[in-house]
Design a protein around this ligand. Structure first.
Ligand code: SF4
Length: 604
């Protein structure tokens, strides 16, 4: 059904749109001004709402199930939002004008896009209690039974959910897969030969830091690059956009580039041409790449603070491996150019010492574990000397990109500053995909866990880990390995990261329809949207965001109410998402069964 819709042309979609809601079509056709049409549509929506809230209403409404009615209420709320003059003014766009002219036959198909029409088709269906989400569903049999009979029936439905999830997850590999372990051992051997290194070198993180791959030819001598990857890397080189891959991370690639399992890994570190061109264009147009507006939340060099008790300390501006979509790409430099300044850190730590309300420090960057042991020891000891600091978090991806960094000496340093009852040290890492969890990463995690130090994961939800049950498998493998899933971030809405971005509706759908099947201790992550300057907004809190517009190309505009909105009159933040149509089309083109994503339209 979705697949067919994706392929229909505009005229066919217009016909479907009017079939979905003949009442709205009739109003649009008959009213002689846009304003009259707007008023009549509000009347029409109000009348439906009255029926939805009235159990003595017409039979046709009475028989509709509660879930469908709830969805209709939600669709009405959104539709009202997007036809208000207020939101038209904010977005400088009137979808009502477009559908009004289309109904009157006054506009050709030029003004219309498939993404826009699809949004309205599903909205109209939803308003009409015809979403299709509940049509073939019945009340589960176990609810009509009691005792052991009910329990037996319940087992069947729960088994069905669990086996669907198992089947879904089996499509992806973890780094513990036996074949993958073998293949990667071969890769490692190949890279060691090429670099004239031995096992001792490989186990030495300094060897990995010295041999970071930043050069296209070096990369090509290990892995096959597709023409697109090659183009992207050349573009990065031309515009001096840094890319860095540790030998360890390179050993996780599928060297032959068969597309079997390493799409997420390649996308993580190989900047595409689109990324580079958008990055340069944004820079040249003077656009601010600092999406989070760190400049306005940094009271002193090296510190960013967005919350009452915790702040970020940034001792180092590079990482052993650079993630293409990094939110701090405006500041992340080539590792050879990154500087660790004791003076800057001394001032920053003094600032923390002088602010007794700060109880937690997140040391991040860059990746602070790129620094040597002496520097890490010094930073931790200075912060630990501050009485009011109860927790130190270290934000690092070395567990994924260079697990050799977790040496016995380093964990001894950690141990010194992890004093339960006085101060906790914890690690926040960044696994993106289950294939990144290798035996080497697990060994590093075990070393840390032995000290009683907790590890958490922050995942960025990108196109490359957004397929059905893909992130469920990541959560499972993380939890089994001793890491608690902590945050799932919406990708930053920066132009250069467009290829990575996923509609907000998909994160919401994933949490509700996939992650929900996992035990509570496994699905511990919170899906968040980071509001520039103000910080995280929880996506499951429907009160904190709403769709206020559907733009001409089908992209939704959201209004976010920051976490602080119950305490202060903070300005809401308007955000334009990527279009659901484009996302589904891309999945479809990549061979994914888009019918499995059909309810995505009803997540707002
Ligand atoms: S590890 Fe973190 S800081 Fe480093 S490049 Fe990746 S996202 Fe950015």
């Amino acid at each position: 059904m979705i697949k067919e819709l994706l392929e229909y042309d505009i005229s066919k979609l217009i016909g479907i749109l009017w079939d979905c809601n003949p009442e709205i079509h009739a109003i649009l056709k008959s009213e002689d001004t846009l304003q009259n049409a707007r008023n009549k549509i509000f009347d029409y929506l109000n009348s439906i709402e009255r029926h939805l809230y009235n159990i003595y209403s017409y039979k046709s409404f009475k028989d509709i199930n509660l879930l469908e009615k709830n969805n209709s209420k939600e669709c009405i709320r959104i539709f009202k939002n997007i036809i208000t003059t207020e939101n038209e003014t904010i977005s400088n766009f009137s979808p009502l004008q477009i559908i009004y002219s289309t109904a009157k036959g006054k506009t050709g198909t030029n003004n219309l896009t498939k993404g826009f029409l699809m949004e309205f088709i599903f909205l109209f269906r939803g308003i009409n209690c015809n979403s299709g989400m509940y049509m073939e569903k019945d009340v589960p049999i176990f609810l009509k039974l009691t005792g052991i009979e009910a329990a037996k029936e319940r087992m069947k439905s729960l088994d069905q959910y669990a086996s669907n999830m198992e089947r879904g997850m089996r499509r992806y590999k973890t780094g513990h897969d036996k074949e993958l372990i073998k293949e990667r051992a071969e890769n490692k051997k190949f890279i060691m030969n090429l670099f004239n290194a031995d096992e001792k070198d490989w186990q030495d993180y300094k060897w990995h830091l010295t041999n970071i791959i930043k050069d296209i030819d070096a990369l090509k001598s290990v892995v096959v690059l597709s023409p697109d990857e090659q183009k992207g890397l050349e573009c990065a080189k031309k515009h001096r956009i840094p890319f860095q891959i540790t030998p360890h991370y390179l050993s996780l690639f599928d060297r032959e580039n068969t597309g079997k399992y390493d799409c997420a890994i390649r996308a993580q570190v190989l900047p595409g041409e689109n990324y580079c061109l958008n990055y340069i264009q944004s820079k040249e147009s003077g656009a601010d790449l600092d999406f989070m507006d760190e400049k306005s939340t940094s009271p002193i060099k090296g510190i960013t603070r967005r919350y009452p008790q915790i702040l970020i300390l940034k001792p180092f501006d590079s990482c052993p491996q650079i993630c293409v979509y990094c939110q701090r790409n405006w500041e992340i430099t080539d590792i050879k150019d990154a500087i660790f300044s004791r003076d800057t850190m001394t001032n920053a730590i003094k600032w923390i010492n002088d602010n007794r309300l700060i109880t937690e420090v997140l040391i991040t960057g860059g990746d602070p574990l790129t620094l040597d042991d002496v520097s890490i020891d010094w930073i931790l000891s200075e912060i630990s000397g501050i009485e009011h600091v109860e927790r130190i978090r270290i934000g690092t991806r070395v567990i994924v990109t260079m697990p050799q960094r977790i040496t016995d000496e380093l964990v001894e340093i950690f141990d010194k500053y992890h004093e339960l009852g006085k101060r906790e040290l914890s690690i926040v890492t960044h696994f993106e995909h289950p294939t990144e969890m290798t035996p080497d990463s697990l060994a590093a995690i075990k070393k840390i866990k032995r000290l009683g130090i907790n590890l958490y994961n922050q995942q960025v939800f990108t196109y490359y880990n957004s397929r059905k049950y893909e992130s469920c498998l990541l959560r499972k493998v993380l939890k089994k390995s001793g890491i608690d899933p902590y945050y799932t971030f919406n990708t930053k809405g920066k132009d250069e990261t467009i290829d990575y971005r996923v509609p907000i509706a998909r994160i919401e759908q994933e949490k509700k329809e996939e992650a929900r099947f996992l035990p509570g201790l496994v699905r511990t992550d919170e899906a968040v949207f980071n509001v520039p300057r103000l910080g995280k907004s929880h996506l499951r809190a429907w009160q904190d965001h709403e769709v206020i517009m559907i733009l001409q190309d089908g992209r939704r505009m959201y209004r976010f109410y920051p976490w602080e909105s119950n305490y202060a009159l903070v300005e809401p933040y308007n955000y334009v998402d990527v279009s659901i149509y484009d996302y589904l089309k891309r999945l479809n083109d990549d061979g994914e069964d888009v019918e499995n994503y059909s309810t995505i339209w009803y997540y707002f």
